[in-house]
Design a protein around this ligand. Structure first.
Ligand SMILES: [Fe+2]
Ligand SMILES: [Fe+2]
Length: 341
């Protein structure tokens, strides 16, 4: 094997290292805008365990309310618990691609933030259920049982995307990946600010405000990189992006709107159960937006993504569900999904 062969005795300098090598020995920075985002991420770093959990008295809620709030956090976890490995893969890719130093650091910050968001989900669920796992938890009420059935189906569905994602990361350029990331960040930034404003419980108010701020930074990172890369994007990548956006819409609808039944494999009573749970959660002061507000949010987020893509002449897919016209995309399958939040 060439690896074992000793070369140092036969030449003064080693041969060239085959590229791309996973570790760039260089710290080039040209996208200076990102330095500000990185510095903000350092300044704004927070610890989910340090939120005012001592003010959060779960005893004052009914078990219906507790199980319903825990369900919402579980629904969020289906997306947020996949975010750390998703962004960790993208982080590795920035090294493989010998991205700028500041780009590598920004992806590090996103990975770190997403780990925080996932931890926050876990802390909320554990406190509400007095059990660290919503799937093995034993429901105490009728609605709790219905919601756990929902949670199991969500978990099953989300689990089908990891293999697709793993094959997508090496296959696609960072530019293509950015389009999927942008969808998630755009939508997330909206919902968390709203939840923060509407929630009466201090620990949720503060947690959502911090998560919303993180997502805003993630969005800034993705937008800055799109600004850098999209003007020279090859035509064939644009086509993939159009499909990705449609896939991302279907995927993220589960948390931001309602899961489309033709894409998500869910039982007939899923939506009704979820709506019933939302009523209990809202009664407890947990501000899940009403269906019409969700739809408006989602539409607004989509239009924001569309505005970005329009700028770079990348066709936007038709999203008739929220009244957006565009290029018809019909052949979305599991392998097309780059799940992010
Ligand atoms: Fe997140
Ligand atoms: Fe994010």
């Amino acid at each position: 094997m060439a690896f074992k062969e000793k070369l140092a005795g036969t030449m003064e300098f080693p041969p060239e290292t085959p590229q791309p090598n996973v570790y760039p020995l260089s710290w080039v920075n040209t996208t200076t805008k990102l330095q500000e985002v990185w510095e903000a991420s350092q300044r704004e770093y927070w610890d989910p365990e340090k939120l005012p959990w001592d003010t959060f008295n779960v005893e004052k809620f009914t078990w219906e309310q507790r199980e319903s709030m825990a369900y919402w956090w579980t629904l969020l976890s289906v997306f947020d618990a996949s975010a750390p490995p998703v962004f960790a893969s993208a982080f590795i890719k920035t090294y493989e691609m010998h991205e700028e130093d500041v780009v590598r650091r920004c992806f590090f910050s996103v990975t770190r933030d997403e780990a925080n968001h996932e931890q926050m989900c876990g802390l909320a669920i554990t406190k509400l259920l007095e059990h660290p796992d919503p799937i093995t938890y034993e429901p105490k009420t009728e609605i709790g049982r219905k919601l756990q059935k929902n949670a199991k189906w969500l978990y099953f569905n989300g689990g089908r995307y990891w293999d697709g994602f793993k094959t997508a990361v090496p296959k696609y350029s960072l530019g293509v990946l950015f389009s999927s990331f942008l969808m998630g960040e755009m939508a997330a930034a909206t919902i968390f600010h709203q939840m923060s404003a509407g929630c009466s419980e201090l620990v949720f108010k503060e947690g959502f405000a911090k998560i919303g701020k993180d997502e805003g930074r993630h969005m800034a990172i993705v937008l800055t990189l799109m600004e850098r890369d999209y003007p020279t994007l090859p035509e064939e990548e644009k086509e993939i992006i159009t499909k990705q956006i449609r896939a991302g819409y279907l995927f993220l609808s589960a948390v931001l709107y309602e899961p489309p039944a033709d894409f998500w494999d869910i039982p007939d009573d899923f939506i009704a159960n979820q709506r019933e749970g939302e009523i209990h959660a809202r009664e407890a002061g947990f501000a899940i937006p009403e269906l019409e507000v969700k739809k408006e949010n989602w539409k607004k987020a989509m239009l924001n993504v569309k505005a970005v893509l329009d700028k770079y002449d990348t066709p936007f897919p038709a999203i008739p569900e929220v009244g957006i016209t565009g290029k018809e995309v019909t052949d979305v399958d599991l392998d097309d999904i780059i799940p992010v939040f």
